[in-house]
Design a protein. Structure first.
Length: 339
């Protein structure tokens, strides 16, 4: 990662353009320009670097052999499904994910809101449920499960909570419809079952529980049904605002319209986070948002030290600028190749 970061940083330069660059600027600038613009923030968000790589072809996971992932894991004996203990991150926010996929729990005055359910029912029990218990939370209090997008590493463990605790599942209509109509292009045999349609959330709606409101926005791109969230957290009683970007990678090949939707969604959601004073950036993979490193710092932190996850409003804005700029670079690259 350090070598990649050095390579990209050597090319990067700050541009000073606002997040919502005008359409004429987008068409008049090159793919290299936007890649460099995004890479100006690479040191802050190294987990987003590969979005800016316009030298490599965009991978298409739909063309991957269905047994390749599991075979690779058996051969190597390695897995990212371990390595991070359940951790209290804010007064009301807890990490109960693995080393490769995030799962967050929001504690409210009337129960728990779970964000993403990992790959399988076994993982949901081993990491989420046991993590909750270790942190003093009761899994039976889990009222809602919000699933960020329609990939099995985020919905695969849902049946454990639905079956045991009658947890309500929340997804976008696009995500539900794609699952119901067999439109999913990414599949792994190790993922748990898809959820059955339950709560459908629309852009700008809120999931409310007790004293907490979670705002939901449609942010298509990683998948067509991706949603992203904004919600409040407390650090020793001090309020901060979190944005959780619901899906990050480009894994469906050079799909121009879909990547353009990603750019537009990142730009729009970035503006929303600015308006709401968001000062914490999260993703649903701990390698994307730096959670792996930040969680290690939580044990060492005293109450008077800065919070590792509180980056500040200006830094969070740079995350969305990087997402929008780097995907715009990919759009322009594809357009150039099609000429």
């Amino acid at each position: 990662m350090k070598n990649i970061l050095f390579l990209f940083l050597s090319l990067a330069s700050a541009t000073g353009l606002p997040l919502d660059a005008q359409a004429e600027e987008k068409t008049s600038k090159s793919a290299q320009y936007f890649a460099k613009k995004g890479m100006a923030h690479a040191e802050l968000f190294p987990g987003l670097i590969n979005l800016c790589d316009i030298e490599s072809e965009i991978r298409d996971l739909s063309k991957r052999k269905r047994n390749s992932t599991s075979a690779k894991k058996k051969k190597s004996g390695k897995s990212r499904s371990s390595g991070i203990p359940a951790t209290k991150v804010f007064d009301n926010l807890y990490y109960v994910g693995t080393g490769g996929v995030s799962s967050w729990v929001i504690e409210t005055s009337d129960g728990l809101i779970l964000i993403d359910a990992l790959n399988t029912e076994r993982q949901a029990k081993e990491y989420i449920e046991k993590g909750m218990l270790a942190l003093g939370l009761n899994p039976a209090d889990t009222k809602y499960l919000i699933i960020g997008h329609e990939h099995g590493d985020h919905y695969g463990g849902q049946a454990h909570f639905v079956g045991n605790y009658k947890t309500r599942v929340v997804m976008s209509d696009v995500a539900w419809s794609r699952m119901e109509n067999n439109k999913l292009t990414v599949f792994s045999p190790r993922w748990g079952p898809m959820p059955k349609r339950d709560i459908t959330v629309k852009d700008g709606e809120t999931i409310s529980l007790g004293d907490t409101q979670v705002q939901v926005y449609e942010t298509p791109g990683h998948t067509p049904g991706t949603i992203s969230l904004i919600f409040p957290v407390l650090d020793n009683g001090k309020k901060h605002m979190v944005s959780l970007w619901g899906g990050t990678g480009l894994n469906y090949g050079p799909d121009l319209a879909r990547i353009q939707s990603y750019t537009d969604a990142a730009s729009r959601f970035g503006n929303i986070t600015k308006a709401q004073g968001v000062d914490v950036f999260l993703s649903n993979h701990p390698t994307r948002d730096g959670s792996r490193e930040k969680l290690k710092l939580m044990d060492e932190r005293s109450k008077d030290q800065p919070h590792p996850f509180v980056q500040g409003k200006d830094v969070v804005a740079k995350a969305y600028d990087m997402l929008a700029s780097c995907t715009q670079a990919q759009v322009l690259k594809i357009q150039q190749q099609e000429k």
